[in-house]
Design a protein around this ligand. Structure first.
Ligand code: SF4
Length: 454
């Protein structure tokens, strides 16, 4: 399949298409654009539509102007997480200022836009693509190609002008886009040479109250089959990849529909990948960009990982040293399971990197002390701490909570541990971002809907 897509796209004539797609291609949304581009490459009627990756305002403006000079209609796609909303909005306004609106449609997708379509539209985007993008982008591009109204596409939200005052604009949602099966689409964009980790699972059965994943991608697991992963791994080997990473909300849940891991399914996956890549290439699993839930760490699971993977660090989702906070956030495990998992990792030759989330809603001084004590115990045994500050993310049950804040005691201890190399993470920057996100939840409208070009 991949070579076919590559040859078809290579033969595409950029100026012959009436439509140009420009991705506002920023770091945090890049893998989403790879998958969307891969979906377009896999549709025989759309593979010839030109796609440009514009990294930054200048590149997006240049791509739009080139398309417009050829007389093309231009679809500009934006995809971002909540912490990047303000920056992406500033970039949108700058692109608009420099290019004008004629025959250019700006569409925002991703977890933030899906959770906050009204806010996103009022920030100035023409359309919001709600939910997962593979099927929606095909529908949207086909509609634009035939000169249709993109607002009729399933999953698209837009503002309808109800009067002369801004607060009279009304959100209209055109149903929901269907959720795809992962096997039906590439995990990358082969013809455009855009690759990344192979997504093996989407959606999550755990409903941690601070996390956007289950609220965006559904509270069940959808897995890419082993045969499909094998096909893509084989392709990646053929183009010279040496490192193989996977994207999943919870690594050891591969192949299951419930909370109990299936070691047989994980082994089937890892053994297949290892057979494809041989001993000389590297297989990363249970580490960046994915993690392992602590209660899934058992001697048998670790022995299995050790047989197949190259990483000797595992990222464990710990989040708090307080059982009360773990329960409040619906993590589904207790503090003892975090300590047990870390100890087992060390016993089996893996360094545990334990994720912590500071400043969750309702956290008391006692909870903070319990977290500090757990971090100290883990670090003393040889674990590392990956620190985060709680952000009230749109779409989650905690979206209305106050921004996470570090207590002076916690801040001091984190800085001490960081100077020893035992703690790393973006907790300081996230404290500022959390305040910004909390402020947006209260903020007022900033832009009007505009007439969409047809
Ligand atoms: S934090 Fe992890 S386990 Fe919890 S809902 Fe999010 S992805 Fe699932």
């Amino acid at each position: 399949m991949a070579p076919l897509m590559a040859s078809l796209a290579a033969s595409a004539n950029v100026s012959a298409s009436p439509l140009l797609i420009v991705w506002a291609y920023r770091r945090t949304g890049k893998f989403a654009f790879h998958v969307l581009t891969g979906a377009l490459e896999s549709a025989p009627d759309l593979v010839h539509v030109p796609v440009e990756f514009g990294n930054g305002v200048d590149a997006v403006v240049a791509a739009i102007e080139a398309g417009r000079s050829r007389g093309q209609r231009v679809l500009v796609g934006w995809s971002f997480y909540s912490p990047d909303f303000a920056q992406m909005t500033r970039e949108l306004h700058e692109v608009r200022r420099r290019t004008g609106d004629h025959l250019v449609v700006h569409v925002a997708g991703g977890v933030h836009a899906s959770a906050e379509p009204l806010q996103t539209l009022r920030a100035g985007f023409d359309l919001v693509a709600i939910g997962e993008g593979e099927l929606l982008v095909l529908d949207l591009v086909r509609t634009l190609l035939r000169g249709g109204d993109p607002r009729t596409v399933a999953g698209i939200a837009f503002l309808e002008d109800r009067g002369s005052e801004l607060h009279k604009t009304e959100l209209k949602r055109n149903g929901k886009a269907l959720r795809p099966s992962l096997d039906d689409f590439p995990p990358c964009a082969p013809a455009h040479r855009r690759h990344g980790p192979i997504e093996i699972t989407r959606g999550c059965i755990y409903a941690c109250r601070f996390c956007q994943t289950p609220y965006f991608a559904g509270a069940n697991f959808r897995h890419r089959s082993v045969a499909n992963v094998q096909q893509w791994v084989r392709y990646f080997v053929s183009i010279g990849f040496r490192d193989f990473r996977f994207l999943t909300p919870t690594s050891m849940s591969y192949g299951t529909s419930g909370a109990e891991p299936s070691l047989a399914a994980v082994e089937d996956l890892l053994a297949t990948v290892r057979a494809e890549i041989g001993p000389e290439r590297r297989l990363w699993f249970g580490t960046f960009p994915s993690e392992v839930r602590p209660e899934h760490v058992t001697p048998a699971a670790l022995a299995l990982l050790k047989r197949y993977v190259d990483n000797r660090a595992l990222i464990l989702g710990g989040q708090s040293g307080s059982d009360a906070m773990l329960q409040h956030s619906k993590r589904g495990h207790d503090v003892a399971s975090i300590e047990r998992a870390a100890a087992l990792c060390l016993e089996h030759g893996f360094v545990p990197h334990v994720d912590f989330l500071f400043g969750m809603p309702g956290e008391s001084e006692g909870d903070v002390e319990a977290t500090l004590a757990l971090m100290d115990r883990l670090v003393a045994q040889g674990a590392r701490v990956h620190g985060h500050t709680f952000m009230p993310l749109p779409g989650t049950p905690f979206r209305r909570a106050a921004a996470g804040a570090l207590t002076p005691v916690l801040r001091k201890r984190l800085l001490q541990l960081a100077s020893q190399g035992a703690v790393y993470g973006q907790w300081e920057q996230q404290e500022t971002t959390a305040l910004e996100i909390a402020a947006w939840q209260q903020s007022e409208v900033v832009a009007r809907p505009r007439h969409l070009p047809s």
